[in-house]
Design a protein around this ligand. Structure first.
Ligand SMILES: C[S@@+](CC[C@H](N)C(=O)[O-])C[C@H]1O[C@@H](n2cnc3c(N)ncnc32)[C@H](O)[C@@H]1O
Length: 302
């Protein structure tokens, strides 16, 4: 996998390059505090009001949201560590609309993955069962799934700031109160911030395939990752993965099948379930003639 939860990186220097951005000067309230305050006010009612913002591409060393009202550049300070990660830290241009959504909605719906405290998911999601989606990209499929199933909370996790702004904007425009956005590395979220058996599901759609052999260790779906992730799943929780990269699909099937706490709901790959919308990366894969595989596994009861 791209990041082994426990093993320090020994190579791949480029991929372990430190984040270019400095951490934000102030950090938002702790997840637990915000999760508790979530109980009292409706998210929309507590938005901060529109702030005039220009397109935000900070210069090297400058935080994108220096006032702490947006996602922090590197919330867990992991630029100090040498670890193999499943993502490439990159500086992306945030559009004015995305920056505006982040400034207004992040304090209520956003969560920096700082690894410092446990999240009270019940409070953060007003008692809804919660599914974790790792790597939502621009979030269009996430928003569609949230709209189709308002009784399930979706905790979307990604490091991609424009996508975080886009998803928050989609949630607001579509009146979706069951989406929260986590900023940072999903491994730290799972390891440090989510309680055992707290998730009703896990979704990983079109994770970075890392096709070069020397990069295979960066792939997210690896035995160590699953050993960690499954401890955070409640009995009966669904693990749903999809990829258009055939060798990664085979790896996923091998790794998921070998995890003793999971059972495959199908003899091999699953038929594409109706509830998964087309994602952006899936569309790109289909345009190239790739075949898409879904995998559906269930967390065993014991
Ligand atoms: C190839 S994109 C797929 C996006 C989307 N699911 C789709 O199908 O269009 C993979 C996404 O996973 C995110 N990602 C990779 N590793 C991650 C990690 N450890 N924690 C959080 N996000 C991660 C990347 O930033 C990227 O946005």
């Amino acid at each position: 996998m791209s990041e082994n939860p426990a093993t320090p990186a020994t190579d791949a220097p480029a991929a372990n390059a430190p984040e270019a951005e400095a951490p934000a000067a102030g950090s938002p309230a702790s997840p637990a505090r915000r999760a508790v305050s979530q109980e009292t006010d409706a998210p929309a009612a507590r938005s901060l009001g529109s702030t005039a913002v220009s397109a935000a591409t900070p210069r090297r060393g400058e935080p994108m949201f220096p006032d702490g009202t947006g996602p922090a550049a590197d919330p867990a300070g992991s630029h100090h560590e040498r670890r193999i990660r499943s993502f490439q830290p990159r500086r992306s241009r945030v559009s004015p609309t995305q920056a505006d959504a982040l400034r207004r909605l992040w304090p209520t719906w956003g969560l920096d993955i700082d690894g410092l405290s446990r999240i009270d998911l019940d409070a953060f999601f007003d008692g809804l069962p919660v599914v974790l989606e790792i790597g939502f990209g621009m979030g269009e499929a996430t928003a569609q799934m949230a709209a189709a199933d308002p009784d399930t909370g979706i905790l979307g996790c990604d490091v991609h700031t424009p996508g975080q702004g886009n998803l928050l904007g989609l949630a607001e425009r579509n009146g979706l109160s069951n989406i929260r956005v986590a900023n940072g590395d999903a491994i730290i979220l799972l390891r440090e911030m989510l309680a055992p058996a707290s998730l009703a599901g896990l979704r990983v759609y079109f994770p970075d395939p890392w096709p070069k052999k020397r990069h295979h260790k960066r792939r997210l779906i690896q035995p160590e990752f699953l050993a960690l992730a499954t401890t955070r799943l409640a009995p009966g929780a669904l693990v749903h993965c999809a990829t258009d990269w055939e060798p990664y699909a085979e790896q996923m099937l091998d790794v998921l099948s070998a995890e003793p706490t999971l059972e495959n709901l199908h003899p091999g790959y699953a038929p594409r379930p109706d509830f998964r919308p087309l994602t952006k990366f899936e569309g790109q894969g289909l345009d190239k003639g790739h075949v898409v595989h879904d995998l559906l596994f269930r967390r065993r009861d014991t």
